[in-house]
Design a binder for this molecule. Sequence first.
Ligand SMILES: [Zn+2]
Ligand SMILES: [Zn+2]
Length: 332
Amino acid sequence: MSSGTEPAVPDVSRLHPAGGRRSTKRERILGVFLKHEGHLSADDLVALIHREDARISRATVYRTLQWMVDAGVARKVDFGEGRFRFEHSYRHPRHFHLICKSCNRSSEFLSSDIEGLIEEIAAARGFAARQSVLQIYGTCEQCRSGASPRPEPATSEMVFARDAIRIAIATERSGLEFYTRAARATKHVRGRRVFQKLADEERDHLSTLEARYKRLLEQDPELESRPTFLFFKGAANGLFAAGADEVSQGVDDRQALKIGIRCERTSHQFFKRYGGRFEDSEGKQIFLEFADEERRHLDMLLREYIILTKRGTRAKGKKKAGGDRREARGTA
Ligand SMILES: [Zn+2]
Ligand SMILES: [Zn+2]
């Protein structure tokens, strides 16, 4: 497993056999590998292949695995068992592993906070990180409690999509809270209208996201109860929570706008940067669409800030105009 800057995953659909044509051995091995969600040893893959076609040699499977690793289709994972396992990276988000030493099962998770910290440390040491691996060894919940194992996990793509929507929903909720409070705190009619409009937009998007979440759950009734894949501390109360608190403590119109600009920018940057680094998947799509939406909100607030600043300068005379405009740019 890995995270950080990884080579882009090639378009695997192109590697699939074209309709009608008999597939090559490599294509068939690839097909079996991609169908399997999990961590296969080379021997596991050989066994799976032999169920379909006993004539494909072990050496061919090994060679194809190495080719898949080189092409970025497969990731090689060391689970400390003295042999490597392989997982596919096609529509399979990068992740860290929890590995149970009793039953040897592994489960996957990812944390934007851990990834951020790794980047920070690497940057502080002038280190160009290419891949980071985090394996946590111990005893899993089932082995500790004797509970029966959870049903076979859905694809991690779906769990990732679920968590991406949950994070987007948490952010929308905190955004809605922020704009509702900002509209209340703002004295000027025009500014209030802008905040109200943004609150309405957040409400709209919230219901769109909730509908999308429902559609996703329809594909897998167990999805809601599956363990969290993506941990993101900021999502607990959303990226706008601190801003909402500040606004409640009493701010003027300009301060309210500045706080909104700061929150939208943080949110836009987070979703764009974080989403942009994922393998092609619905979760990635959700993050990138959300980043665009935050960008539009940011632009609306910036336009408003400039108008407000101009209005302020007109009232105060021309002398301060340069300074205010500089300030607006600095905030922008
Ligand atoms: Zn894995
Ligand atoms: Zn276990």
